[in-house]
Design a protein around this ligand. Structure first.
Ligand code: UD1
Length: 338
């Protein structure tokens, strides 16, 4: 069994990916500092897959801790790197922390991959690198725009670091540019666990319906879109998790055509904020208390993916609908408040 290091594997996307990896026969070691997750996730993964992943409580931005991790698990054959801070607003307030945390953890991981001759790495990138694209849907050839936040900038810089590494070392990269991951595992045993007041739409909707928040604010209905609210490409987290397994296999089976490849991981469908609310109300049977307020600073108007390259070249396609996403997110929320 090939052993895969999943950094940030206790987090939202990481935990779903660990499930898919174990279901595909990989052995997983999770390295996570639990800064935005909970160790209970490890036993929930074990309940879903009947196998407990190895778990190391490690801060990868700490050079010696990262070195020790790679020495202890010298049989790792590939890395999937999720570990990073991801709150856009927080990154504006704490830029140094974001650069330190997101860049140093990647640098330490890469340094140790070189030492141990580990070549493949799948990197968590984001559609945020495209800013507001001029042409929609956005494909991988679209020009990157200057980042709107330190968080977005760390994603761009990390892509550059990885690209430079592929020129100078034997490291191979697949950077997956995620659109908006929402939803939860069908068992409702794992899902998104936002700390404090959620910033993102889906957890805010489910917490409002659960009575934890009074009402959802819809940020702007005066955008140049059919219903005036912003449009995003929401993708089910399980579909996204599966993309990582496909990307990993592509690298392990030496099918990469370039030493660094970028793929958009989205559905190709753009939905507005009101579409998501409507879907949620339909699948959950709840009436959502919401009101339209002013625009949120830094929001782009609309973006959705052209997933053709991922569909054809990677051989991966999103399968789940918006209703699957909102229903699974609600089932997870209900489990949390039980
Ligand atoms: C942002 C980041 C993205 C990051 C993601 C997860 C940018 C441009 N995008 O995505 O890179 O991966 O967060 O952290 O930096 N909305 C409301 N009310 C709310 C919350 C959201 O109306 O209470 C609206 C927003 O205005 C937006 C949509 O819902 O139109 C989605 O927002 P959100 O879930 O926060 O994700 P993004 O901002 O698209």
């Amino acid at each position: 069994m090939s052993k895969i290091l999943v950094t940030g594997g206790a987090g939202f996307i990481g935990s779903h990916t660990v499930v898919e990896l174990q279901n595909s026969g990989f052995e997983v070691v999770i390295a996570d500092n639990l800064s935005n997750s909970n160790e209970q996730v490890i036993s929930q993964i074990a309940e879903i897959t009947s196998k407990k992943p190895l778990f190391e409580l490690v801060d990868l931005a700490n050079e010696s801790a990262c070195k020790n991790l790679f020495e202890k698990h010298s049989d790792i054959v590939a890395v999937i790197h999720f570990a990073a801070s991801k709150a856009v607003g927080e990154s504006v307030e704490k830029p140094l922390f974001y650069y330190q945390n997101n860049l140093c953890s990647l640098l330490n991981v890469l340094e140790n991959m070189v030492i141990h001759a580990i070549k493949p790495i799948v990197f968590s990138s984001s559609c945020t690198v495209y800013g507001q694209p001029k042409i929609l849907p956005v494909d991988e050839q679209s020009p990157l725009q200057p980042a709107e936040s330190p968080y977005g900038n760390t994603k761009q810089i990390c892509e550059e670091i990885l690209s430079d590494c592929t020129k100078a070392t034997s490291i191979h990269v697949i950077a997956l540019r995620y659109f908006n991951p929402i939803g939860a595992h069908e068992t409702a045993l794992i899902g998104e666990l936002p700390l404090g007041v959620p910033n993102n739409l889906m957890p805010f909707i489910t917490q409002t319906a659960a009575g934890i928040r009074e009402k959802l604010s819809v940020f702007g209905n005066d955008y140049n879109t059919p219903d005036g609210t912003c449009i995003r490409d929401y993708i089910h987290v399980v579909d996204l998790a599966k993309a990582h397994v496909v990307a990993l296999n592509r690298m392990l089976n030496h099918q990469q055509k370039q030493s660094i490849e970028y793929f958009n991981v989205g559905t190709g469908n753009g939905f507005s904020v009101l579409d998501v609310i409507k879907s949620f109300e339909k699948t959950s049977g709840q009436t959502l208390n919401y009101q339209i307020v002013g625009r949120r600073a830094g929001d782009i108007e609309q973006i959705w993916a052209n997933p053709k390259f991922a569909n054809e070249e990677l051989g991966w396609k999103a399968e789940k609908s918006l209703d699957d996403m909102t229903l699974s997110a609600w089932n997870w929320q209900k489990k949390l408040i039980q």
